[in-house]
Design a protein around this ligand. Structure first.
Ligand SMILES: Nc1nc2c(c(=O)[nH]1)N[C@H]1C(S)=C(S)[C@@H](COP(=O)(O)O)O[C@H]1N2
Ligand SMILES: [Mo]
Length: 224
């Protein structure tokens, strides 16, 4: 009837614009990260199932470490050994971390909020010597586990005292536990009391019992 009926309606015009924009993005490669790391395109590592709760796994003995008795020692091949009480530990620079965790028993939990002292801060203070290529964690229940120094140097590694705004419970390793989110959770020692820098590797409790010496969930490094 009138000229308007020949033209696309308002929605049609918007759609055209949207499509053209998307076509441009496609030509330009917009939104591409340029990091073709196939493992991390997915958030859930192979063979894992997502959980909402936080399961408890340990050797069955959950040491009752009284805050006044807790000590953290940084020992071995370091320039400046450290002994901290809990008060001294809490007086160090505190940082917030957000990470997923992946347990070798096939559960993963997303978006955990941690607060504590970064591994980076400990490295800056203790100054491990060049030949200290390995880090051994020692816990109050006798548990040990080992990682390469380069793993401990990752910026998302910390000694955590809080989870989701609350002190980490005794069953989850309070007052202070290690958190190494990029590795299976057995590398994250609960009830930590000593971090040893060493020139030789020292496989820990599970590493001596058939678990992989590394623990990359994207490579499914579960068992040796
Ligand atoms: N001290 C200590 N740390 C430990 C363990 C342990 O038995 N003792 N178990 C490890 C294992 S096998 C897992 S899966 C995780 C479990 O941590 P969660 O109980 O907080 O989930 O802690 C790790 N750290
Ligand atoms: Mo585990």
């Amino acid at each position: 009837m009138n000229d308007d009926s020949e033209k696309p309606g308002l929605i049609g015009q918007i759609k055209d614009k949207l499509i053209r924009t998307k076509e441009e993005w496609a030509r330009e490669g917009r939104l591409l990260t340029g990091r073709p790391d196939q493992g991390h395109v997915e958030r859930l590592p192979p063979g894992q199932k997502l959980v909402q709760n936080w399961p408890v796994l340990d050797l069955g003995a959950q040491p009752d470490v009284k805050p006044e008795n807790w000590r953290l020692r940084i020992t071995g091949l370091v320039g400046y050994p450290i002994v901290w009480t809990l008060e001294e530990f809490m007086a160090q620079p505190q940082e917030d971390f957000l990470s997923d965790m992946h347990c070798v028993t096939q559960w993963s939990r997303y978006d955990n909020h941690w607060r504590g002292v970064s591994a980076k801060h400990i490295l800056e203070l203790a100054r491990p010597k060049d030949e200290a290529k390995h880090v051994i964690f020692h816990s109050y229940d006798g548990y040990t586990t080992n990682v390469k120094r380069s793993v401990f140097e990752e910026p998302n590694v910390l000694l955590a005292h809080s989870w989701e705004g609350k002190p980490i419970s005794r069953e989850h390793g309070g007052p202070v536990r290690v958190m190494i989110p990029d590795w299976y959770l057995w590398k994250s020692a609960k009830w930590i009391t000593r971090i040893e820098f060493s020139s030789v590797d020292k496989p820990g409790f599970w590493e001596e019992r058939g678990y992989h010496n590394e623990a990359d969930p994207w490579k499914e490094e579960r068992y040796a």
